[in-house]
Design a protein around this ligand. Sequence first.
Ligand SMILES: [Zn+2]
Length: 341
Amino acid sequence: MGTSRVQGMRWWACAIVALGTMLMSHCGRGEVATDVSSEQMTHAMEDTEDFSGQNAWNHCAALCELGPRPTGSPAYAAQLEYIARHLTAAGWRVERDTFSPLPGRHMTNLRACFGAKEGVRPVLVSCHIDTKGSGSKALLGADDGASGAATLLELARVLARTPDKAQQVELAFFDGEEALGERITEKDGLYGSRYDVARRGEEGLPACMINLDMVGGEGKVIAVPVMDTLPEMYELYRTAVRELGLPEERWTLHLGSYWDDHRPFVEAGVPTLNLIASFTGSRWWHTARDNMQRISAVSLAETGRVTLRILSLYQTVNDLNSPGLNSTLRNLESSPYPAVK
Ligand SMILES: [Zn+2]
């Protein structure tokens, strides 16, 4: 079963290649800059019905004002406080999971629910909040770290306006996505998401997962990894992009897999969408240039609206109002990988 699923995914990936729908280019640089303090920006939050790119930008700037936020740092702890405070204010119940993936090293994920619905398997929307490097080599990670958290915080505010929808969503802010070594491998990096999958067990897995990573760069090109994505999830993504009238050349695919926080969930059989900007070969990724100057409120707003649209489409497809969400997607038995025991 597992093998045939993988083959199915590969066939589908090849079909995508044959269709020539793959478009790749790299992110541009933003122009946005401000000297407004985070305290002022917090007060300037808009109470809009729709996702506010400005609110998300404000969150991103406030997180960056804490400085680099590598796992285990005081700035990382301050970031947890900031996120928890805003989630709680929006009516979400916050939980922290502290774990030790390596001897002597403690990490903390933060999760939030809006009063879970009985018998409903939630959709997980996630990001990572640790930033790359340590000590004098710690990086600010405006896009690679803060942009995902900023988008989730604004999503939390918007979702809270419709409690019935919010109750079907869980938010997760993962620690330890970045490798302690140079690159993420099977043993280094993704510590928070790996822990979260293990903590949940099979019964606690979400119905599906949308992971946001590097989603705030001006002119970004989102490149969803084909090999990690079920056709049904891809359809939700394409439909959302089309319905919002966004340029398809900036909401595209990566012909392969990515090591990112969706991967432990893929390996556990969870349908995922990894919304991640094309970053390989860029001049900013894992450098000091990943700062607020490249973050755009428009870009964050597009990510937020696509995510909300996907959630809405998914909830429609799966009639999440009925008790017992064993979603259509899970019942399709089309997960690319067998469940992890
Ligand atoms: Zn990174």
